[in-house]
Design a protein. Structure first.
Lengths: 255, 289
């Protein structure tokens, strides 16, 4: 039986099709105005990749902030649960899952079966989520995917005083005016984001067996800065970090 | 080419007393409040307001201070060298080149509020460009306690500027427009200004009018500020200073939420910090500084 997991995120919708604990197909579409329509589109992408038809799907489980918006789903699971199930499936030794998405960030402590023991979440403040790097990339006038690589070329650490995304935008503009290197600003941006993410992680306790998931884990500047901030060199990053929660949702059936 | 309108931009201005002859004055004290968004300069002659200005703060604090005092002294015949004592305040207070000393904006706002609204004021709310302060003071305008939010744009003038820009509505019109709704909507649920922006766009897509969105945003902001005030407590009388005091959309909703009316004053709410600074200067002159 094919199990579908749909992660209805703030920015993108991810779909994973699984059969016998193997990934058969994936799809990703911007959330847009109509989450239900976009989810359908992502599902079709995944079906196409798997070479399957809609009838093959036995169950559809949703997660993410729009998880209740999908009428054709057979059930839904909370974001921490989906993230933990997906992370432990991919990395069985993971005990702390750090999920940094477009508008939310989460730190989850789990047991070997992927059961959630504790979690902390930031959904109130953009400064602790991917939205922060997006805003800073705009202020620096560099494409988002270049912000991380740019920060790796930084030669010195500069302080950023502002926490708030809105204030940080103005600060970045003044830093540019005072001829600060963009690479150094980019590094300060990632360090700022990481200090907030790590503060959240410490609330559930930092286990060295950790894995980074969520779209922001694609950003090498974030990952480098995260390692520096927690003082752990060997930080595991999921290969396709944005799909982990969708995998978890697919696996949640029958659990 | 069409001119790009910047909706967040508020108007700069200056004022000076039409009749007062400052040359007859014994004491000339100035206060310069270099804030993160706006800068004010105010001159007191023998303890009476002679001139003031309100400008946007530039990227450089010393320049902003100079521009503010020049604007205040324009057409008065007074020059910077005529100022006998100058006090700098605000976030750029140590960067006022011609100041004799710097005093924190908390102390200056309380002192200014005491002058503007009278000695019965016990709670001052300063709603500034990038921060928000709740201050308790005594009958002489001396600070007894305070709390501030300077970490987050929610509940500050900057947050309001962001919304003005997003909705393409001049910032001075926001308050009045926010009352032109059939029914008061639920406040926006996001605290964060960045998220509130996306939420506002979502509400408009679902058919809300701009005025409805403004009403929802103003009440969210009023609520945010009421939480800060709630932590310190509101003692009668209550007075609001800073730029946002000019936005009835926030003030009226805040008064309703707190169940207390703010004291009205004939003075411009944005001069409180500079006025307080100048009053400190004036006192020092009286003591022979």
């Amino acid at each position: 039986m094919i199990k579908a997991g749909i992660d209805v995120g703030a920015k993108t919708i991810k779909v994973v099709l699984m059969e016998d604990r193997k990934i058969r197909g994936k799809g990703k579409v911007l959330s847009g105005f109509n989450q239900e329509e976009s989810a359908k589109e992502a599902l079709e992408q995944a079906l196409k990749e798997a070479g399957l038809s809609r009838e093959a799907i036995g169950s559809i489980v949703t997660t993410g902030n729009g998880r209740k918006a999908i009428s054709y789903a057979s059930g839904d699971v909370t974001e921490p649960r989906a993230a933990a199930l997906g992370a432990v499936f991919l990395y069985p030794s993971a005990r702390t899952v750090i999920d940094v998405g477009a508008e939310e960030a989460r730190a989850i402590k789990c047991d070997p079966s992927g059961k959630v023991l504790d979690f902390a979440v930031n959904e109130k403040c953009a400064a602790g989520s991917g939205a922060f790097t997006e805003a800073m990339a705009r202020a620096l006038e560099v494409p988002l995917e270049e912000l991380g690589p740019l920060s790796l070329r930084s030669t010195q650490t500069i302080p950023m005083n502002a926490q708030c995304t809105v204030f940080a935008e103005s600060e970045v503009v003044s830093l540019i005016h005072s001829k600060t290197q963009k690479a150094d600003i980019a590094r300060a941006v990632h360090d700022g984001l990481c200090s907030r993410v790590v503060a959240m992680v410490r609330r559930v306790g930092l286990d060295p067996e950790l894995v980074l998931i969520g779209g922001v884990a694609h950003n090498p500047g974030f990952v480098e800065s995260f390692k520096r901030t927690v003082g752990i060199d060997d930080v595991r990053t999921a290969e396709e970090p944005e799909f982990v929660s969708a995998i978890g949702a697919a696996l949640a059936v029958g659990k | 080419m069409a001119e790009l309108q910047e909706y967040w931009r508020w108007t700069e201005y200056s004022w000076h007393h039409p009749e007062m002859d400052w040359r007859q004055g014994k004491r000339i004290a100035a206060g310069i409040d270099v804030g993160s968004v706006s800068s004010q300069a105010l001159v007191l002659v023998d303890g009476e307001i002679f001139a003031f200005s309100n400008l946007r703060t530039g990227s450089n604090s010393p320049d902003s201070a100079n521009n503010a005092i020049k604007a205040a002294l324009k057409d008065t015949g007074m020059e910077i060298k005529d100022l006998q004592y100058t006090v700098g305040t605000g976030y750029g207070r140590v960067n006022v080149p011609f100041a004799n000393r710097a005093i924190t904006e908390i102390a200056c706002h309380a002192r200014g509020a005491n002058f503007m609204a009278g000695p019965k004021v016990r709670t001052v709310l300063d709603m500034g460009g990038q921060d928000c302060k709740a201050i308790h003071c005594d009958e002489r305008g001396k600070v007894t306690n305070f709390l501030m939010n300077d970490k987050c744009a929610a509940g500050t003038g900057r947050g309001m500027e962001v919304m003005a820009d997003l909705l393409s509505i001049p910032i001075k019109d926001i308050g009045d427009l926010s009352f032109q709704v059939d029914k008061e909507p639920q406040p926006v649920s996001s605290t964060c200004v960045v998220f509130a922006k996306s939420e506002a766009l979502g509400l408009m897509r679902s058919g809300w009018s701009k005025n409805m969105v403004l009403a929802a945003y103003c009440s969210a902001m009023a609520h945010r500020v009421s939480l800060l005030l709630g932590r310190i407590g509101v003692e009668d009388q209550f007075f609001i200073t800073g730029g946002i005091a000019k936005n009835p959309g926030i003030v009226k909703r805040l008064e309703k939420e707190l169940g207390i009316q703010a004291v009205q004053s004939k003075y411009d709410s944005q001069i409180a910090g500079a006025l307080g600074a100048a009053l400190f200067g004036d006192t020092l002159l009286q003591k022979g500084a």
